[in-house]
Design a protein around this ligand. Structure first.
Ligand SMILES: Cc1cc2nc3c(=O)[nH]c(=O)nc-3n(C[C@H](O)[C@H](O)[C@H](O)COP(=O)(O)OP(=O)(O)OC[C@H]3O[C@@H](n4cnc5c(N)ncnc54)[C@H](O)[C@@H]3O)c2cc1C
Length: 358
C-alpha cells in the first residue's frame, strides 16, 4: 500500500488494547476503522506472551471492576467473539502471609460479589504438595478464576472486527503522525493514512507513538517480567489445579503442558521492545522462589521468556481522549491484567470514541 488511505479511526497496535477496541467499534457500527500492527504477526508482544491467568480480584478496586466484568465476557463470550468459553474454570488460590491479609482479601471478594472460600494451609498443600513447607497463613480460593485461551481471545476480537469491515495491516509501523485540521496524517512504512481519530494502543510503545503524534507521554513506563516453563522429573502433572499466587512472597505458578508455568513476579524498568531474557534469569527462580518454597528446587527450567507490562502512574489503564491533542485517544497502560480486562477496556474505549468522534 503506497497511496493514501482515509479512515475515520486509525488504531495503532494489534494487542489486546487495539484488537478489543476495534472489535467493539465495529460492534457499534462505526465504519472506516483500520488497525496497524508493526509486527508480521499479531500477539508477538505482551498479548501473546503473558501467563494467561484470569484473576478477578486484583490489587486495586478500579482495576478489579475491569477484571471482574472482563472475566464475565471470558466465561460467556459474546457470540461473535467465541462460540465457547475463553477461560477454563480451574480456579485460583491467592495465598497470603497473615490472617489479616486473608481477611482483607475475603472482604474485598464480598464487595465484588465474587465466589470464594477460605483455605487452611493444610488444604492449600493438598492442592499444591509442591508448595509444602512454604510460609503462608492460608489462602482464598476463587473457583471462577482460571486460564485464558489468549490466542482464541486475541484472534476472536480481530476476526470479528475484520468480518465487520475493519481493515488490519501487519508489518505496518507508524513512524510519524501530524495533527491536521481534519485529524491526523499518519506516516507508516507501508504508506500514509489520514484519520479523524488516532487511537494509541501500542503497549510498551504507546508513550513514544503518542509523542510522535504531538502528545505528551502520560507517564507510561514498561517493566520486564520473566516467565519460566518448568518440568519435574517425576512428570506428575495435574492440569486441573487452580493456579497459586502468593501475594506477599510475589510469585505465581500454574500447570502448563506436562509441567508448570512460574513467574517470580520480577519487574525491571525496560525500553519498549526490550524483552530479551536476562542473563541471570534462572537465578530469579533459584534465589527468589526456591527459598520460599523449597520443593520447587526439584523442577527444571525447560524454557524461559520475558515480556513487558506497561503501567500508567496510577497503575490503572488510560482509556480516554488526550487533554491537549484533539482526536487522539489513549488505550494504554493495561498493566498486568490486560488480557482479563480486555473486553471491558475495549468496550469502554469504543463507547468513549463513538460518543465524541471529532
Ligand atoms: C510476563 C507477563 C505476564 C502477564 N500475565 C498476565 C496474565 O496472566 N493475565 C492478564 O490478564 N494479563 C497478563 N499480562 C498483561 C497483559 O499481557 C497486557 O496487559 C496486555 O497484553 C497489554 O496489551 P496491549 O495491547 O496494551 O500491548 P501489546 O500486547 O504489547 O500490544 C501492543 C502492540 O502495538 C504494536 N505497536 C507498537 N508500536 C507500534 C507502531 N509504531 N506501529 C504499529 N504497531 C505498533 C506492538 O507491536 C504490539 O503488538 C501479562 C503481561 C506480561 C508481560
Amino acid at each position: 500500500m503506497t497511496a493514501r488511505l482515509s479512515v475515520q479511526v486509525l488504531v495503532v497496535g494489534g494487542g489486546f488494547a487495539g484488537a478489543a477496541t476495534a472489535f467493539f467499534l465495529s460492534r457499534k457500527g462505526i465504519g472506516g476503522v483500520a488497525l496497524l500492527e508493526q509486527e508480521p504477526f499479531f500477539g508477538l508482544h505482551a498479548s501473546g506472551r503473558n501467563a494467561a491467568l484470569c484473576r478477578q480480584l486484583v490489587e486495586d478496586d478500579e482495576v478489579t471492576a475491569l477484571t471482574v466484568s472482563g472475566a464475565e465476557v471470558l466465561h460467556s463470550p459474546l457470540p461473535d467473539l467465541s462460540p465457547r468459553p475463553l477461560v477454563s474454570k480451574s480456579g485460583s488460590i491467592l495465598l497470603a502471609s497473615t490472617e489479616e491479609a486473608l481477611a482483607e482479601i475475603q472482604a474485598r471478594a464480598r464487595t465484588f460479589s465474587l465466589s470464594h472460600e477460605l483455605l487452611s494451609t493444610r488444604r492449600v498443600f493438598s492442592y499444591w504438595p509442591l508448595l509444602q513447607d512454604m510460609s503462608c497463613a492460608g489462602a482464598v480460593r476463587f473457583p471462577d478464576d482460571g486460564v485464558i485461551d489468549i490466542h482464541a481471545l486475541l484472534h476472536g476480537y480481530l476476526a470479528a472486527a475484520r468480518e465487520r469491515g475493519v481493515m488490519t495491516f501487519l508489518g505496518c509501523k507508524v513512524e510519524r503522525a501530524e495533527p491536521t485540521e481534519q485529524g491526523f496524517l499518519v506516516e507508516s512504512n507501508l504508506g500514509t493514512f489520514s484519520a479523524r481519530c488516532l487511537v494509541i494502543a501500542a503497549g510498551a510503545w504507546a508513550g513514544s507513538v503518542g509523542m510522535a503524534a504531538g502528545a505528551q507521554n502520560p507517564g507510561l513506563v514498561a517493566y520486564r517480567r520473566h516467565l519460566f516453563l518448568m518440568t519435574q522429573p517425576a512428570g506428575d502433572s495435574r492440569p486441573d489445579l487452580p493456579y497459586a499466587w502468593h501475594l506477599d512472597a510475589s510469585f505465581y505458578i500454574r500447570p502448563e503442558s506436562a509441567g508448570y508455568l512460574l513467574s517470580p513476579c520480577d519487574e525491571t524498568p525496560a525500553e519498549p521492545g526490550d524483552d530479551a531474557v536476562a542473563s541471570n534469569a534462572a537465578d530469579l527462580v533459584a534465589s527468589r522462589v526456591v527459598p520460599l518454597a523449597p520443593r520447587l528446587a526439584d523442577l527444571r527450567v525447560a524454557r524461559s521468556w520475558a515480556c513487558l507490562r506497561t503501567f500508567s502512574p496510577s497503575k490503572r489503564p488510560i482509556i480516554g481522549w488526550d487533554e491537549e491533542v484533539p482526536g487522539l485517544f489513549w488505550v494504554a497502560g493495561l498493566g498486568g491484567h490486560g488480557a482479563t480486562a480486555s473486553a471491558t477496556i475495549g468496550r469502554l474505549a469504543a463507547e468513549r470514541i463513538a460518543s465524541q468522534l471529532p
